[in-house]
Structure formats: C-alpha cells, structure tokens
Design a protein around this ligand. Structure first.
Ligand code: FAD
Ligand code: SIN
Length: 531
C-alpha cells in the first residue's frame, strides 16, 4: 500500500469489499478499466473466508435445473422472484467453473467433483473443500487479484459514505465513489469513480450471538440507506441452527453438511425431536430447524441441544470435517457423545435492491453478494446458495460495467448527508461499548428467531434514541472507525426492526407469535424501505 499522503484518489471502478462478491467482480471488471478495491481490515477478513459447507450448483448426473429452482422456491416461502432464481441456477455451473479457472480447488472423487448435501436440497449438489471451502476460495481469489496489475487493493480503508452528485450528461442523481477513512493513517479522503460496486457483505454482528466475524456490521446497508437507495426484506434474518455451544464471538459454525452426512439433532436426554417438526427431520430448511431448537430449549430449560454423529463413521467425520473435529476436540468435546449446539444469527436475506444486472436504484452504484437483495432468497435462503448468488450476480455486474463504463464520466460529488450533524462528543466516550452491547442484546431478545408485535415496538423505541446519539457522535469524530461501525450497526438494527414491524404475518425466517400464519392476501410482497 502506498504511504504517500493522499487527498483524493481517482479510479475507473471502485469496489468496496474483498469477499467473494468484490473479488470476482474486480477480476472481471479489470478487463475494462482500472479498479481500486478498498477493504476495511486485512484483505482476507470477510464472511467468505469462514464459509464451510460450499457452493450449490447443478453439477451432478442425477440433478436438474428445475430441481434446484424448485428447492430454492420452496425454501423462499413464496417471496422468491422466479426469474432471478432461474438466472441463479442456470448460470451457476458456468460461474463455478470460472471460479475453478481462477484457482479454486474443489474436492473430487473418481467420478468428478465431490458433491455434498445440505438442508432443503433434494439432491447432492454442494461443491466444497472439506469444511474450509470459504478459506480456499478467498485464498485463490486473492492470489488472482494480486497478480492482476489493473487492480489496486487498499487494506484498512473503511468506506464511510457514498458520494452523490448530479451527472451533467444526464441530469440525474448519481453515485460518484465513496468517502474513505484510511484508519491506518487516520485520514479521510474521497475516492472518485465512474462506477462503484458495493460488496460489503452481511450484518450478523447486529445480534449478540452470530457466526459472522467482526467485519459484518451492516456498513453497506447503512451507507446505501443514507444515500437514498431502495432496500428490501430486511426482516428476513437467517439463524443458523447449529453454532457450537458455548458461543464465542463469532460463534464457531458446525456446518449443515454434518447433518447432510447423517448427523441427527437430539435433546440432551437423547430424544430425537426434528421428526415432530418436519418430514425432512434434521435436514429440514433452516428456519424450521432453528425455531424447533428454540422451542425445545424453552420447553426443557436446557442451554443447548446435541448434534449426534452416530450416523457418520468417525474416520469419515474427521476426513470430511477436519476443522470442525479439531475445534470440538480443542474445546474438550467427546465426539462420541455429540456436539453441543445452539442457533446463531448467520445471514441477511434482504438488502439493497438490485435488478437482474446488479444495478441499484442509484445510478452508477452496483451491488452484489450478501449486501444485495436480488430476489433469489425470498423469505429464507437455501443452504449454500449465497456464494453462488455472489458469483452469478457479480459476474452480471461486470457485464453491466463493460456495457456502461465508456458512457459515464467522473462527476462532482459529496458524501450523502454531509454536514447534517456536527456535535463533538465528550472524551473518553462512555456510550461506545455500552451501546454496542445494548443493541446486540436487544436484537437477540426482541427481534430474534421468534418475535411479537409488542417486542418489536419496544425495540424500535429503544433503538431510535441510540441511533440519534450514534449519528451525532460519528459526525463529531470522523476519524474513529469503531464509532462509524457502531453507527452503522445501530442503523442496520433499526432497519431490521422497522421492516419486521411492517410484516404482520409469519413467513420463512420471520416468525410472529401473535401472527402465526402466512397471510397471502395482505403480505405476499417484498418489504420496501427508503430514506
Ligand atoms: P463478505 O465475504 O462478507 O465480504 C465483505 C467485505 O466487505 C469484507 O472484506 C469486509 O471487510 C468489507 N467491508 C465491509 N464493510 C466495509 C466498509 N465500510 N468499507 C470497506 N470494506 C468493507 N454461504 C454459502 O453459500 N455456503 C457456505 O458454506 C457458507 N458458509 C458460511 C459459514 C459462515 C461461518 C458464515 C459466516 C457464512 C457462510 N455463508 C455460506 C454465507 C457466505 O459466506 C456469505 O454470504 C458470503 O461469503 C458473502 O460474500 P460477500 O462478498 O458478499 O461478503
Ligand atoms: C453451512 O456450512 O452450514 C453454511 C452453509 C450456508 O450458510 O449456506
């Protein structure tokens, strides 16, 4: 990274985020222009790096696109956009092959790619690298990016806000890059771009218990909201049923692929319970399994359930899941007695609304990966469709870029909401850790796996003044990374709660105790939010 003082940087294409979405887009877009990729910490830090199960795609001899489409639609509980699901499934296999050409090395058998199974899938279709698929993909993509001279990667560069201005050619409002905080050097400066790609990933850190690493603070959602972008379906937060208990921060994931290989969920007293909740038992869709565990824990008063590995030969388990086996043993777990597990926040199904070509509602701003709401997940994401979605729609974003880049110029642009608040905080600030803890605990208890109208209303009431305070404090301390992240985390929490209050039914991942049924007449629609 350059150490000379920068007051402004100009690039053809700005990419924000170095997970699978940002990196694959950068590689493809670099064929058309100079790419600057900013990432807020060290370049490998991303949700992508932690992915275990793998990438779902129709690659097996017994599989067909209509089956993968059908499974995705069933999981999505009526809210998937079928045309986008068709794009996802039909273009998926080519994108997986492209990923392999960039260096991804998926496990093979004598017959070809080894295919795993996960909840909600009617066929084996998950390509993987043992239980460290994400790390393998991230390492391969970073190596490909490092050898591409047209891509500059800036680590420890935090995008604070998008730059907006009027495009003189079209007279339209347009994104012209982002205001970036180089927190290594403590300087903030604009990165001006003709096209900006938002690939900032998820927001699991909004919840007290999450599988997501520390970077997942919802920055992109908050930034896009402040810039006036259209957002959708933020009430649909996926809780992964099987995080290791006791949970650390982040919680260590026990991949759904373990159940795909034959593991079964049991109460601590040994009773198997999933067959009472769904015909697919322990391999039911995630929303069903997470709620069933939540209910079992409430009924028994236990702090966790057990994942019984009896159906998997011990040597097979260690070979297929070496990272999980090592983690459990390091924590003193006797694998023969099962792994203690609980649900934890895992994935945001909604996000910044994009069209089929990754365009957001703001000209010049593209989005892909977990930050985007492409319409493929509906009310509940099917396992291992997330990495696939990032691949397919990042590629489509690069096609959009190839088409548009020659016709757009740099513009005069300023940060969204610039100068709206300016109240210097007292120092040291007593609110930072207290507010973070309060927001995360509140979201876990009031906007978690099971919700009620009253609990959501009280969460809204508590969050609004915390958000107002964090907005003021962030404006008064523009060089403080933690402050910006907490502001974004609180903003994202508030958006989740507001979206949840707009859905007065139970569907997919959004379960309301006082509205326990689906309401297809009143609620069969996306939940849209705009500033
Ligand atoms: P990320 O990979 O999260 O990358 C986001 C990037 O943006 C990071 O580099 C981050 O530092 C950067 N960033 C964020 N904010 C800013 C900012 N303000 N300024 C600059 N940079 C910023 N999905 C599957 O399909 N299969 C799986 O097997 C699977 N397993 C998973 C296991 C775990 C433990 C977790 C947490 C998730 C898993 N998922 C899985 C989900 C999947 O990994 C993610 O949805 C996907 O990796 C998201 O990719 P992304 O590129 O959108 O975001
Ligand atoms: C897992 O391995 O269970 C995670 C898969 C996913 O989130 O899609």
């Amino acid at each position: 990274m350059s150490t000379e003082l920068t007051t402004e940087l100009t690039t053809d294409i700005l990419v924000i985020g170095s997970g699978i979405a940002g990196l694959t887009y950068a590689l493809a877009a670099a064929e058309r222009g100079q790419v600057t990729l900013v990432t807020k910490k060290e370049r490998a830090e991303s949700n992508t790096n932690w992915a275990q199960g793998g990438v779902a795609a129709v690659l097996g001899p017994d599989d067909r696109p209509d089956l993968h489409i059908g499974d995705t639609l069933v999981a999505g509980a009526g809210l998937c956009h079928r045309d986008r699901v068709e794009i996802l499934v039909n273009e998926g296999p080519s994108r997986v092959r492209e990923l392999m050409a960039w260096g991804a090395d998926f496990q093979r058998t004598d017959e070809g790619l080894a295919l795993g199974r996960e909840g909600g899938h009617s066929r084996r279709r998950i390509v993987h690298a043992a239980d460290h698929t994400g790390r393998m993909i991230e390492t391969a993509l970073l190596a490909a990016v490092a050898s591409n001279e047209r891509i500059q990667v800036l680590e420890d560069h935090f995008a604070v806000d998008l730059l907006l201005g009027i495009d003189p050619a079209s007279g339209q409002n347009r994104c012209g890059g982002a205001l970036v905080l180089d927190h290594g050097e403590g300087r903030t400066y604009p990165v001006r771009a003709r096209i900006t790609m938002l690939a900032t990933g998820g927001a699991g850190q909004v919840y007290r218990h999450t599988t997501n690493p520390a970077i997942a603070t919802g920055d992109g959602l908050a930034m896009a909201y402040r810039a006036g972008a259209l957002l959708a379906n933020l009430e649909f937060i996926q809780f992964h049923p099987t995080a290791f208990y006791p949970t650390a921060d982040p919680a260590f994931l026990i991949s759904e692929a373990v159940r795909g290989e034959g593991a079964v969920l049991r109460r601590r007293d040994g009773t198997a319970f999933m067959d009472r909740h769904h015909r697919l038992g322990s391999l039911a869709p995630r929303d069903v399994v997470a709620r069933a565990i939540d209910r079992e824990l409430a009924e028994t008063g236990d702090e966790h359930v057990l994942l019984d590995l009896e159906g998997i030969r011990p040597e097979r388990f260690r070979e297929r899941f070496p990272g999980i086996a090592a983690h459990c043993e390091a924590q003193g777990v006797d694998l023969a007695r099962g792994i203690p597990v609980v649900p934890a926040a895992h994935y945001v199904c909604g996000g910044v609304v994009t069209d089929a070509w990754a365009r957001t509602s703001i000209h010049g701003l593209l989005a892909a990966g977990e930050i985007a709401c492409t319409g493929v997940h509906g009310a509940n994401r099917l396992a291992s469709n997330s990495l696939l979605e990032a691949l397919v729609f990042s590629h489509r974003a690069s096609v959009t870029t190839a088409r548009d880049l020659d016709f757009v110029d740099w513009i005069d642009a300023a940060p969204a909401l610039a100068g709206e608040a300016d109240h210097p905080p007292t120092s040291p600030d007593p609110h930072l850790e207290g507010d973070r803890r309060e927001v995360r605990s509140l979201m876990w208890s009031e906007a978690g796996i099971v919700r009620t109208t009253d609990r959501l209303a009280s969460a809204d009431e508590v969050l609004a003044p915390i958000l107002a305070r964090q907005e003021r404090l962030a404006a008064g301390e523009p060089g403080d990374l933690e402050r910006h992240q907490l502001r974004n985390l609180t903003q994202t929490a508030h958006l989740i709660v507001r979206s949840a209050r707009m859905r007065t039914e139970s569907r997919g991942l959004h379960y309301m105790l006082d509205h326990p049924w689906r309401d297809n007449e009143g609620c069969l629609r996306d939940t849209l939010l705009r500033r």
